[in-house]
Design a protein around this ligand. Structure first.
Ligand code: UDP
Length: 258
């Protein structure tokens, strides 16, 4: 059996610094050519599935995400029903071909956790009390993943809920910021997420100015954390403009065609 000795702490720190140095070059340019405060290219489409009540498709960099919404409809199994409001059943699922190494199609612990946090990020925006004893089903399929899929999933799910005609207080839009290569940076892609120091996903109801998801993975000082949250909120506001455009381009052009 080959036993490899763990490298001394100083050497490990040096290696980590070297790795993260490469994420952002001296001019402040990231591996994919972006500046630190730049979002990845985003594309959003609404009403892309004819069989679902509402749907949306979103690309953010290499992420490709499809969301289908059903309901409100009678809740099944019945014991999940709430007498005074609708429940949201949310499934975040990564397709086996969505990542480099084939992923089992069975839901992973991560899929289950993300389904829960995404549901909790969407719930405050929906007038659940209008539809007692019913369920609203949100299916988020990650077709291709490259970091930031929970945020992109929330942004797309809010569009699909709106497309289903479900009354909402506000849209929900999400974006992460973090620390990579020693700098606070917006919308981390997979390599920056894995090699970088920290990731802070944030979901926002932009008109109500209320945060519905805030997580942190990694280590940041208080000042860095505040800077990352501010940067993520800035990203949310830019994405919100694109969400509105996506909805308008479906519904305004359909109205004009009448
Ligand atoms: N990822 C992967 N295999 C997995 C789960 C995740 O390759 O089984 C990648 C994928 O690109 C994902 C990224 O790791 O987007 C970051 O995952 P994380 O759990 O931080 O969630 P996300 O940033 O996607 O919300």
């Amino acid at each position: 059996m080959k036993v490899t000795k763990k490298k001394p702490k100083k050497e490990r720190e040096k290696m980590a610094n070297k790795k993260s140095e490469k994420l952002i070059d001296k001019k402040g340019i990231r591996l994919d050519g972006r500046k630190v405060d730049e979002l990845r290219p985003v594309k959003m489409d609404v009403g892309v599935l004819s069989n679902a009540d509402g749907s949306a498709y979103l690309e953010q960099g290499r992420n490709k995400i499809l969301v289908g919404v059903y309901g409100p409809k009678e809740a099944h199994p019945r014991h999940i029903a709430k007498q005074d409001r609708a429940v949201i059943q949310c499934r975040y699922h990564m397709a086996p071909f969505s990542v480099d190494e084939r992923k089992s199609p069975a839901p992973s612990r991560r899929d289950v956790e993300l389904s829960k946090v995404i549901r909790e990020a969407l719930e405050p925006a929906v007038f659940l009390e209008y539809y007692p004893r019913t369920s609203i089903q949100v299916y988020i399929e990650i077709l291709q993943a490259d970091g930031g899929t929970r945020c992109a999933g929330i942004t797309a799910a809010a569009l699909a809920l709106a497309d289903a005609g479900i009354p909402m207080r506000d849209l929900v839009v999400a974006c992460a910021a973090g620390k990579a290569g020693g700098k606070i940076a917006l919308d981390l892609m997979d390599t920056e997420d894995k090699v970088g120091e920290a990731d802070v996903p944030v979901a926002l109801m932009p008109n109500l100015n209320a945060i519905t998801l805030l997580q942190m993975d990694g280590n940041l000082s208080v000042d860095e954390f505040n800077a990352a949250v501010d940067m993520a909120l800035g990203g949310c506001k830019k994405l919100y403009e694109l969400q509105k455009e996506a909805l308008k381009s479906k519904y305004v052009s359909a109205e004009e065609a009448k």
